[in-house]
Design a protein around this ligand. Structure first.
Ligand code: CA
Length: 240
């Protein structure tokens, strides 16, 4: 899941892109001009921008330069121009990748995944470890997938981050302040935000605060994740 800005003036292409990206669980905002795109990136944080080169107000390469003046967000150029020198120039000007129109959804998804992977690994985040296993939980940080007793969990981005962070240090009590700093990347905030996400995560793990299996809240101290007491029976138990 990523937050995507689509910059495309062709109404038909634009709505197709929005539909496909939304179906792939991305959040999408879209605009039809370069100036609107600049305003968007100045106000919102995106994981990736898909930039059409043939825009009505600014030439695509101008738009790219101006974008680069205000943000490091990964940019994928979508171009109808099948012109190699132009593409090379744009990549040198700060585009992260390009697609030549018409392109398939699969092609776009693959390019987006690659660009996001690169952006995440260069953002100074430590390289995620291959897989985290705690009891019947298996978490794949690279694919951002979590499986419980063989069943894939449908988690939001924040729920996944929270789960992966706690599962990465099983049995260790993590203070809310630390969760806020590590998962939310905020130095302050209210405990309720964390509690709400914990309770959503709990529900998806098929447990309750009163009858915890993996997630244990220690009042006034913090939260820890550890394998259920009889993890050998995991999978055979009903989830609720
Ligand atoms: Ca266009």
């Amino acid at each position: 899941m990523a937050s995507v800005l689509v910059v495309e003036d062709d109404q038909f292409v634009r709505s197709a892109l929005i539909r496909h990206l939304t179906e792939a669980a991305h959040t999408v905002r879209s605009v039809g001009t370069a100036l609107e795109a600049l305003r968007e990136v100045a106000h919102f944080r995106f994981d990736v921008v898909i930039l059409d080169l043939g825009l009505p107000d600014l030439d695509g390469s101008e738009a790219l330069k101006m974008l680069r003046g205000i943000t490091d967000v990964p940019v994928i150029i979508a171009t109808a121009r099948d012109d190699e020198t132009e593409i090379v120039r744009l990549l040198n000007d700060g585009a992260d990748d390009y697609l030549t129109k018409p392109f398939s959804v699969e092609h776009l998804s693959a390019r987006m995944a690659a660009v996001l992977r690169r952006a995440r690994s260069s953002a100074g985040e430590p390289a995620p470890s291959p897989e985290i296993r705690v009891g019947g939980l298996a978490i794949d940080p690279l694919r951002r997938q979590a499986v419980l007793d063989g069943v894939r969990l449908d988690l939001t981005r924040r729920e996944f981050d929270l789960l992966a962070f706690l599962a990465g240090r099983p049995g260790v009590v993590v203070a809310r302040k630390e969760l806020l700093a590590e998962v939310w990347q905020q130095s302050y905030g209210d405990d309720q935000t964390i509690d709400v996400h914990l309770s959503w995560l709990r529900r998806k793990l098929g447990e309750t605060a009163a009858r915890p299996r993996y997630l244990h809240t220690l009042r006034g101290v913090g939260v820890k994740l550890e394998p259920p007491a009889q993890s050998g029976a995991a999978g055979a138990e009903p989830s609720r």
